[in-house]
Design a protein around this ligand. Structure first.
Ligand code: DOR
Ligand code: ZN
Length: 345
C-alpha cells in the first residue's frame, strides 16, 4: 500500500505554551490536526475557568489564517481547586478535562498535587459530572528510580485513586511501559491511555548509546526496548483504549542543548508521517485511523472529524526544517533517526 486516506486526526495531549512560542508552534499542529487537548502547565498554570477561557482566547488569536482547529481546554488540578468552578467550566463546555501532575514530576509541575487525599472531593465531583482526569503517571519520590516511576505510580497512586472514586474517567497520559499498557488492558471501563510518537519509535539506547541526545529526553523518560515493543503492540492492535497524544512539547533549542536539558520532544510537524512509517513497518496501516482519529473521540464522547487527510508514500525520504522559529528563539524539530517516506496531503 502506498496511499491511505483517514479521517482527520486529533492530538489528545499537546503543549502549546504562550506568547511568541505559541504563535510559532501552533501552525505546526493546525496543519494536520482538527482538535487537541491543550496542556495547562503554563507559568503560572491554568487553574481556574477564567484562566482557561483567557488561554483559549490567546490560542484562537494566534491561529493561522484559514485554520480549522478547536483547542480542547484543560484545568491544572491543585490541592486548592474549587470544585464548583471546575464543574461550571465543564458544564459550559469551556474545558474537556482536568490534568493531574504529581508535584515536581515534570516541567512546571510545582503547583501539582502532593497529598492525593486533598483532591478526593474534587475527583468525586468529576466522577459525578463525567469530567475526565488526564494523569501524568509518575511518582516523584527521590528513592524511586526514574525508570520505575510509572510502574510504581500505578500501584501506589493510580489504582488506589480509581478504587476510591469509582466512575472517574481516567486517561493515563503518555504511557511508556508494558505495565502501563497492561493496566489499561485489564480495565474495561473508564480507562484509556495516550501514547506519544517518540515512545513508539525510540528506546533509551537511542537516547544514550554513542552520545547523549537531548532532543530525545522527555518525561516520562524513554524505557528499554521491550517496553517500546509493548506500546507498539498496543497502538497497532486496534484496541480502542489506546489513542494518539503526541505530547509535543516545545522548548527553545538552547534549553534542550544545555547542561541541564529541559524535557520534551517537539513532534508536531512530523508526528503523522512518522506514525504512518511505523504502522506500515508493523504491517498495521489499517489500524492507523483508529489510533489517530477514532479511539480518542470515542473515549471523550465527541464526534469524529468529517474531513480527511491522505498519507502518500514517496520514494525519497522526506526532510523537515531542522528548527522552526519562535519569536527570537528556535525550536528543534524531532528527528526519529531513520528515513520517513510518508507525506501528509
Ligand atoms: O517531556 C515532557 N515535557 N513531559 C512532560 O510531562 C511535560 C512536558 C513539557 O511541558 O515540556
Ligand atoms: Zn505533556
Amino acid at each position: 500500500m502506498t496511499q491511505i486516506t483517514i479521517r482527520r486526526p486529533d492530538d489528545w495531549h499537546l503543549h502549546l505554551r504562550d506568547g511568541a512560542m505559541l504563535a510559532g508552534v501552533l501552525p505546526e499542529t493546525t496543519r494536520h490536526f482538527a482538535r487537541a487537548i491543550i496542556m495547562p502547565n503554563l507559568v503560572p498554570p491554568v487553574v481556574t475557568g477564567a484562566q482557561a477561557a483567557a488561554y483559549r482566547d490567546r490560542i484562537l488569536a494566534a491561529m493561522p489564517d484559514g485554520a480549522d482547529f478547536t483547542p480542547l481546554m484543560t484545568l491544572y488540578l491543585t490541592e486548592d481547586t474549587d470544585p464548583n468552578d471546575l464543574a461550571a467550566a465543564h458544564a459550559s463546555g469551556l474545558i474537556t478535562a482536568v490534568k493531574l501532575y504529581p508535584a515536581g514530576a515534570t516541567t512546571n509541575s510545582a503547583s501539582g498535587v502532593s497529598n492525593f487525599e486533598n483532591v478526593r472531593a474534587v475527583l468525586d465531583r468529576m466522577a459525578e459530572i463525567g469530567c475526565p482526569l488526564c494523569v501524568h503517571g509518575e511518582v516523584t519520590d527521590a528513592d524511586i528510580d526514574i525508570f520505575d516511576r510509572e510502574a510504581v505510580f500505578i500501584d501506589r497512586v493510580l489504582d488506589p485513586i480509581r478504587r476510591a472514586t469509582p466512575g472517574l474517567r481516567v486517561v493515563m497520559e503518555h504511557i511508556t511501559t508494558s505495565q502501563g499498557a497492561d493496566y489499561v488492558k485489564s480495565n474495561d471501563k473508564d480507562l484509556g491511555a495516550t501514547i506519544t510518537v517518540q515512545h513508539l519509535v525510540l528506546d533509551r539506547n537511542d537516547m544514550l548509546v554513542g552520545g547523549m541526545r537531548p532532543h530525545y529526553y522527555c518525561l516520562p523518560i524513554l524505557k528499554r526496548g521491550s517496553h517500546r515493543e509493548a506500546l507498539l503492540a498496543a497502538a497497532t492492535s486496534g484496541d480502542k483504549r489506546f489513542f494518539l497524544g503526541t505530547d509535543s512539547a516545545p522548548h527553545p533549542t538552547h534549553k534542550k542543548e544545555a547542561e541541564c536539558c529541559s524535557a520534551g520532544c517537539f513532534t508536531a510537524p512530523n508526528a503523522l508521517s512518522i506514525l504512518a512509517e511505523t504502522f506500515a513497518a508493523a504491517d498495521a496501516l489499517n489500524k492507523l485511523e483508529g489510533f489517530t482519529s477514532l479511539h480518542g473521540p470515542a473515549f471523550y464522547g465527541l464526534p469524529v472529524n468529517q474531513d480527511t487527510i491522505t498519507l502518500t508514500r514517496q520514494a525519497e525520504p522526506i526532510t523537515w526544517p531542522a528548527t522552526i522559529p519562535a519569536g527570537s528563539e528556535t525550536v528543534t524539530v524531532f528527528d526519529p533517526g531513520f528515513p520517513i517516506h510518508w507525506n501528509v496531503t
